[in-house]
Design a protein around this ligand. Sequence first.
Ligand code: PLP
Length: 381
Amino acid sequence: MSRNLQSDMGIYQELGLQDVIVATGNFTELGGSLMPEEVLEAMQVAARSFVNIQALHERAGQVIADLTGAEAGYVTSGAAAGLVLGTAACMTGSNPAAIHQLPDTDGLKNEIVIHKAHSNNYNRMFRLAGAKVKEVGYGAHRTLPWQLESALDERTAAIVYVVAQFLVSQTALPLPEVLRIARAKGVPVIVDAANELPPVENLRKFIEMGADLVIFSGGKDLQGPQPSGFICGRRDLIEACALNGAPNHGIGRPMKVGKEEIVGLVAALKRYVRLDHQARIARWERQISLIVDGLSDIERLRVSRVFPDYTGRPVPRAWLTWDEETVSRSKQEVLDALAKGSPIIRVLEEYAGKGLLIDPSTLLAGQEAIIVERLRTIFAG
Ligand SMILES: *Cc1c(COP(=O)(O)O)cnc(C)c1O
């Protein structure tokens, strides 16, 4: 394993914090992701000279455009900021009076239409820009095309379409159908694909399908700076994002990215498209087989490999379920026992509520053995 993946907890221990093994995939509250050496180096170099930020944003946007196939791109302080700026852009365009007016949206197109089945904590980002949220569909049951069609009117700023594995009921209309309905009404579609890497092909997929704007997180599988991400898509809308964002004094001014983050995100993106993704998957597969094999003899515990996840991301994971009555351990007790040990181990609660998942994409080499050992102790006791 290369040096850049070694965990050096010294600085956190000095602050009285414990080591954490992250077997959940990338979560902001667990530190997001670890930056590889070439990203860290790019940020260090960037930190040593002044630069015109506007011009740097333009050059970085060009790299994003080239690697996503979009007309234009813009670096944001995370995908959540991309949702704020994308929403703002669809409300204001490049009209300086409208940009100045936000978050007051009187007289502007100011509704974000979203499937009820897609609504999540990040809906607040639309309201932060001043938009109102209009939900469509029957939620977990289903959504009918007329429900989306009839929700679009002269107040609609954009449709936001969320692609995320945490959406357990994938009952929204398929994206191609949403794009067709939106186009007929002249409404832009923003795709929140923040966590939809891997596969690397997704960098281009939603743009190719015809989405007007697509948002990715830089601090998840891209392994860029934690407070980074990008938005890409139609040139006029990306220009409007930039006008609303720092260093301009729009609604996005407090969501600025520094030169270090801009350069770091670009380095991470360039690295990501060159990575040997098959080799990464093969490494994850080895870690998952070690976990599945290491736990297979525990009576009453069912362990299997699941692949892919709800949105088709190619990450093999170990899935643990057991009968809480016969094993006399609730899911919460197991989560607590993992979180209270040293090092702390964090695994994922399966979103549909059935057992626990171990995601290897954030594991360092060898940590799978520590997880097996801890789970054997928990289930033996
Ligand atoms: C993680 C995530 C975000 C936020 O991404 P940040 O880069 O942390 O701001 C937004 N939407 C979805 C679906 C996500 O998974």
